[in-house]
Design a protein around this ligand. Structure first.
Ligand SMILES: [Zn+2]
Length: 275
């Protein structure tokens, strides 16, 4: 992948309609480089529609990824809920890869009061089953576990990096806003650079060349994330992050999840280009 691309989580607000294809067109008009398709309330796109999405993205040179449904818990205590979660991820991976998405991002699990190391093993086991299925279907899409913003959610930096080293085809989605909300830290250049350094040391230079990043402003409290904010209304030090990304020569896709979507995506891109 060439350099670092910037895009929005979902269709930009200023697109002609809410459709994915109009979203891709608007991304291109704005001079952005990518878009994450939001399957967050379920995959409501068929194969034919996905092929049209792929055509639009290819012809306009827009990089795509997809965000899997929110209704997933690989640590659910009921076997049928585990199976349903796995099915949702597989469905997002199937349609996403027809769209030409490079990665499928999702929120893996809730701890539900279980010890984190047990949850880790449970998530790993169920994720391994998913990876086996994808391999059997010859689907090479990256499965990306997101760093989560609440202490009740599985997805610390350590958990996400460890699973990425242990399972082939699994990679991190570094959500810097979530990690900031969860830890109350992470507002300085050195903290951002240290995360990027860990990615490089544990997953290799290839991982740094193929980053998938979420950024937004964020409001947080004792229980972590409260809600996403626009960057300038938050304490998130995005300029420091962008400088660290540039200095570490990170490549890949930065998806902006601020409420104003494309405005902050453009702000990030401009700041990156001039820092
Ligand atoms: Zn997410």
């Amino acid at each position: 992948m060439a350099g670092l691309l910037f895009g929005t989580g979902g269709t930009p607000h200023s697109a002609e309609t809410r459709s994915t294809i109009d979203g891709i067109k608007r991304i291109a008009e704005l001079g952005l480089g990518g878009m994450e398709i939001e399957f967050v309330r379920g995959v409501r796109m068929g194969e034919a529609g996905a092929r049209l999405v792929a055509e639009a993205a290819t012809s306009l040179g827009i990089e795509l990824t997809a965000h899997g449904p929110y209704f997933i818990n690989l640590n659910a205590h009921e076997p049928e809920k585990i199976r349903a979660s796995q099915e949702r991820i597989l469905q997002a991976a199937r349609i996403g890869s027809i769209c030409g998405a490079k990665s499928i991002v999702f929120h893996a699990a809730f701890y539900l009061g279980d010890p984190p190391d047990e949850v880790y093993n449970t998530v790993k086991k169920h994720l391994e089953e998913i990876m086996q299925q994808l391999k059997g279907r010859n689907n090479r899409v990256w499965i990306r576990l997101e760093i989560m913003g609440k202490p009740s959610q599985f997805g610390t930096l350590e958990e996400v990096l460890k699973l990425s080293t242990e399972l082939e085809g699994v990679a991190p989605c570094i959500d810097f806003a979530h990690w900031h909300a969860r830890t109350g830290a992470l507002s300085s250049y050195s903290e951002f650079a240290s995360i990027l350094q860990q990615v490089k040391e544990r997953l290799g230079t290839t991982a740094l060349d193929n980053m998938h990043i979420h950024v937004s402003g964020i409001a947080y409290g004792k229980k972590g994330e409260i809600k996403h904010l626009n960057l300038k209304e938050s304490d998130f030090q995005y300029a420091e992050l962008l400088k660290a990304l540039k200095d570490c020569d990170a490549k890949g896709l930065v998806i902006c999840e601020s409420p104003n979507l494309e405005q902050d995506a453009l702000l990030l891109q401009e700041t990156y280009n001039t820092c």
